[in-house]
Design a protein around this ligand. Structure first.
Ligand code: OAD
Length: 247
């Protein structure tokens, strides 16, 4: 993998490492991204399904979309990109992994310091009593699942128009501000506030790497744009980091 001398120097000197991942890192595990043009659900925009108004209007449709995603996710396995990040964390103390993904694959790969910005699809939350439960406890048979209190259950994810969990957001901003290298991996860099994290990191002095199959709105700001699948690029970047650290 070609890396410029400034990129190698940034790896060599890195103290605080911040990472933001999006749906692209899980694409090689077989989980469809949100804005892909193909697939069963491509006639809907994520904004049209992932919001409370859509849910109240047609909870069954929104649940079908989430059940479809859940079924794929529970069958999926972490890929080489997830594993590279988990290994990287084991080898470096100040390492914060911020993810927009709700699939839990980073944790399954062994990452520990994970900031989940958009919740987790494998949990439910009751609209009435707020109780959070694991999906195993739900009896879902094509209808809308209900809480033991009788309230309607929803997936415990953040929808458009909703606040991100404040603790997670603070942890993410602080990791971005303190990072001296920051990686934006497999995200279209469109959905705020997550999309502003790489810019915050860069304006606070971090060297910004972007890994994606194609350029995004973030690419003009990236110090190094590494084009290709994250499952190939991340293991190479980890090896390069290890090499630079021995110099
Ligand atoms: P998107 O679906 O918007 O973008 C996925 C990005 O990953 C695109 O830029 C792809 O080019 C890139 N990509 C695809 N495969 C890749 C691979 N193998 N390696 C590297 N890059 C790859 O997903 P997000 O940016 O995560 O929010 O979307 C952000 C948020 O919008 C999601 O968290 C979700 C969605 O609506 C909510 O549900 C609130």
């Amino acid at each position: 993998m070609f890396l410029s001398e400034p990129a190698r120097e940034a790896l060599r000197k890195s103290q605080n490492i911040g990472i933001l991942t999006g749906a692209g890192i899980s694409a090689e595990s077989g989980i469809p991204t949100f804005r892909a043009k193909d697939g069963l659900w491509s006639k809907f925009k994520p904004e049209e399904l992932a919001n409370i108004q859509a849910f109240m209007r047609n909870p069954k449709l929104v649940w079908e979309w989430y059940q479809y995603r859940r079924n794929i996710i529970t069958e999926a396995e972490p890929n080489l990109g997830h594993h590279a990040l988990a290994q990287w964390e084991q080898q470096h103390d100040n390492f914060t992994l911020i993810t927009q993904n709700v699939d839990g694959l980073h944790a399954r790969a062994g990452s520990q310091n994970i900031v989940e910005l958009h919740g987790n699809i494998l949990r439910n939350r009751c609209l009435t009593c707020g109780n959070v439960s694991e999906i195993e406890e739900v009896n879902f048979k094509g209808t809308v699942p209900l809480c033991t209190c009788g309230g309607m259950l929803r997936p415990d994810v953040v929808w458009f128009g909703e606040m991100l969990p404040p603790e997670a957001l603070n942890a993410a901003f602080s990791a971005a501000e303190n990072a001296d290298i920051f990686l934006s991996v497999g995200t279209s860099a469109l959905v705020h506030p997550a999309a502003s994290l790489p810019e915050i990191a860069k304006s606070s002095g971090a060297f910004l790497f972007e890994i994606n199959l194609e350029p995004t709105p973030l690419t003009p700001y990236a110090d190094a744009f590494l084009e290709g699948p994250s499952g190939e690029i991340l293991p190479k970047l980890l090896t390069q980091w290890q090499t630079e650290r021995t110099k």
